[in-house]
Ligand binder design. Structure first.
Ligand code: NAD
Length: 490
């Protein structure tokens, strides 16, 4: 008890069911007691998270290396460092976010009516005078978070911090595919956070499905579209509201860049956002590049020489998660037309599950590598006649999590923002938008829905309650029957 850590062992179904069920009802009791709503409690949980991250830095580097072969530099940049910054930001701003927000007040209402001689104001009808209205954020209750294996720390603790900041009790189910990080979270979260209100449940799809048998007040799922559909279907049974953080093919438009320096900066950032971000196993990694025909050879040469420098020492790239993903990625290269398009890399080693940073030039657009989310160290480059044609290329495709464009052309930038749809657009960089607390992170269309990070996490896990206050002071009788036409438009 307290830990709430379950295994995937096939214990008698009823026992398991009961234990998850009693955990859920125990959490509900804790929530109903009001414990988690308290501002001090919320702040103490956020401080606990910061302590966990700072005290256990070395252990965190170790588990991320065990699970994914991430170098500590990469782990710090993409998970630990971002998390500490984000939780501190939440702690600093929490009181402001949690404060009731005034929506209307009597004085402004009256003034509006007097000034405009209006019968109906945008804020409230005259019959509502005098009145005040507030938007009061309240926690949702007991929330469930499913995280993914590629950023097994960040994708677990980033939403967890938002859920706690909003005053909820939480169940976190880390991905079983990053077992060292999952075990680390299960062992340490109860030591640093309130173990009566925060539980870590270990296990895979079976445990996930069992969790879905229960009612939650909110669910945030990070993972594949396939499982996202299962989750949403099961959530419907209890009307559990869901936020789905799914995947997509994030395109990167690279315009003809004139200056040598700009080209080099662009290539550094492209390599950083592909191969040095969990070996391309990131939902917002660059999936493929769109570039003008004449610029493609220049870009490829610069990518090759830069890759050589960036990957000069071992540890420059994380490893492929497992055999299944290695097979999936290798299969892309088995397609003869795709294999013929390799212009860099292409070597695979089944023994070490490694795939060299690989660049493809114009693989068939109907090949699997161009129709599925790649999620690995293979980067197709597709050429277009004019860079503006890339917009027409992207428009019919499912809406991605992110669109990237390296360009100084303001009209192209404007067209991308206005004519395409995606969770985010980043110009002249890639992936780093994840680290911004001030903008929402999430998908649109098939890349998911529900946005988080910073204040958006707080809002995702809160109910914005409308609180309307009236007084007995003034009463307008025209709002009641008996009706006659003089009451219309009064
Ligand atoms: P997945 O969808 O297989 O698993 C995700 C989580 O769901 C895990 O915790 C897993 O245990 C659980 N799960 C699996 N089957 C389940 C079931 N039937 N019922 C309940 N729970 C179940 O994850 P994956 O395919 O390995 O992850 C990769 C995908 O995740 C990619 O598409 C990637 O783009 C996406 N992703 C998205 C984001 C984002 O923030 N949008 C971040 C990381 C990864």
């Amino acid at each position: 008890p307290g830990l709430g850590v379950m295994g995937e062992k096939p214990a008698a179904a009823t026992t398991k069911h009961l234990s998850l069920g009693s955990m859920a009802s125990g959490l509900r009791e804790v929530y109903e007691s009001g414990r988690t709503k308290d501002m001090e409690w919320r702040q103490s949980q956020l401080r606990g998270l910061i302590s966990l991250l700072t005290d256990k830095e070395e252990e965190i580097f170790d588990v991320l290396h065990e699970d994914l072969g991430k170098h500590r530099g990469e782990s710090f940049r993409d998970e630990l460092g971002i998390l500490v910054k984000s939780v501190k930001y939440t702690l600093q701003n929490l009181k402001k976010w949690a404060a009731p927000e005034k929506a209307i007040n009597s004085c402004s209402l009256l003034l509006q009516h007097l000034l405009h001689h209006a019968h109906h104001s945008a804020e409230a009808p005259l019959v509502a005078f005098p009145a005040t209205a507030m938007v009061v954020p309240e926690p949702l209750g007991v929330v469930l978070i499913f995280s993914c294996w590629n950023f097994p720390l960040g994708l677990a603790l980033e939403p967890l911090s938002g859920a706690l900041a909003a005053g909820n009790a939480v169940v976190l189910k880390p991905s079983e595919l990053a077992p060292s990080t999952a075990a680390f979270l299960a062992a340490n979260i109860p030591k640093y956070l309130d173990s009566r209100a925060v539980k870590v449940v270990l296990g895979g799809p079976n445990v996930g499905e069992e969790l879905m048998e229960h009612r939650w007040d909110k669910l945030l799922f990070t993972g594949s579209e396939r499982v996202g559909r299962i989750i949403m279907t099961k959530a419907a049974k209890h009307l559990t509201p869901v936020a789905l953080e799914l995947g997509s093919k994030c395109p990167c438009i690279v315009d003809w860049l004139d200056g040598k320096r700009d080209r080099q900066v662009a290539v550094n950032r492209i390599i950083g956002a592909k191969w040095s971000t969990c070996a391309g196993q990131a939902c917002i990694a660059i999936d493929h590049i769109l570039v003008e025909e004449n610029f493609a050879p220049i870009l490829i040469e610069l990518m090759k020489s830069t890759l050589k420098r960036f990957m000069a020492k071992p540890g420059g790239m994380a490893r492929i998660l497992n055999e299944k993903h290695f097979q999936r990625l290798s299969a892309y290269l088995e397609d003869t037309k795709v294999a013929a398009s390799v212009v860099h890399g292409g070597c695979i080693d089944p023994k070490t599950l490694t795939i060299e940073p690989t660049i493809l030039l114009n693989p068939p657009v109907d090949s699997d590598v161009m129709t599925e989310e790649i999620f690995g160290p293979i980067l197709p480059i597709i050429t277009v006649k004019k860079i503006e044609d890339s917009i027409a290329f992207l428009k019919p495709k499912p809406k991605p999590l992110a669109i990237y464009a390296f360009t100084t052309n303001e009209s192209l930038k404007r067209r991308i923002v206005e004519e395409t749809s995606s969770g985010s657009v980043t110009f002249n960089d890639a992936v780093v938008q994840y680290a911004l607390e001030s903008v929402p992170f999430g998908g649109v269309g098939h890349s998911g829905f529900g946005q988080y990070h910073g204040k958006y996490s707080f809002e995702l896990f809160s109910n914005k309650k409308a609180v309307f206050r009236r007084s007995f002071l003034i009463e307008f009788m025209f709002r009641y029957p008996p009706w006659d036409d003089s009451k219309i438009g009064t």
